[in-house]
Design a protein around this ligand. Sequence first.
Ligand code: PHE
Length: 339
Amino acid sequence: MLEKINRIKEEVALFKAATQEEAEEFRLKYLSRKGRLNALFEEFKTVAGEQKRETGQKLNELKIQLLDTFERCKAETDSGRLSDTQARDLTRPGDGMAVGSRHPISIVRNEICDIFGRLGFTVAEGPEIEDDRHVFSALNFPPDHPARDMQDTFFIAGDADALLRTHTSSVQVRVMESVPPPIRMIMPGRVFRNEAISSRSHCIFHQVEGLYIAEKVSFADLKQTLMFFAREMFGEKTQIRLRPSFFPFTEPSAEMDVSCTCNGKGCSLCKHTGWLEIMGCGMVDPNVLSNCGIDPEKYSGFAFGMGIERIALLKFETGDIRMYFENDVRFLRQFVPAL
Ligand code: PHE
């Protein structure tokens, strides 16, 4: 049997196909189901135990040689044809180019900015490394508030007053300090909290906060604005619900829920409550206005803030926040950009 293998090896060593047909003949003779290679594999079953190893090795070498030869012949005859006729055909369609897609967080952020843009909100951005004043004290956080604790905030080593912002409310302070009312802005950005990474929370995430300050702004304005947002984002039948809450920088404060797509029937997404919590909001505390140089007797305003990952999780119904940070292209490829 070894002899047979060697003979075929020599036979095909210098084989060349001039045409596609000759390449196909080669395939039929050696590689097809009834070809010589298969016949040898059949014969191999009868080879005695002690010769199996060597014969098997040679047989595999032959197989690789035959496949390589066929691929080479095919490529040579293919390209020969191409250069004669098709290669010069300028009407032939070109090779497709792989087009990337936007990251789901960018898709949702753009959509949020677009919805508030239609209400006249413009976008403001600020630094990720902040000081205590912009993240906490101007926002009415008392000196011993737990959010300032090492457990929540990342402080920058070696600098007594540098920390990573824990919310984009710091940009609200920067805006109020630098432009006079009326102010109608949203602040998208990356924020940092010293939290354990799990399927529901991450130490880095994204927020969009909003601020509206003018004369005679009321809680009714806040409700109407957020209702518009919820219906644009989650569909026109969406209901909203405000529950009393607490933030140092707003009074009164609330958490806003939107009705779940299960229509109150109860599903695992809304944990059988029919409602999904999506943001915090409230009327800007007069202390915050005066801390930032705005007269609270003349102006009032509302603020709200939401996590982009949270909205993305609800919108795309993906169960794990970590997927948004792993950049696995199989995950990212599924998101067709909306904007
Ligand atoms: N800054 C709050 C947070 O990060 C969200 C918020 C913004 C709440 C504005 C009320 C008003 O949780």
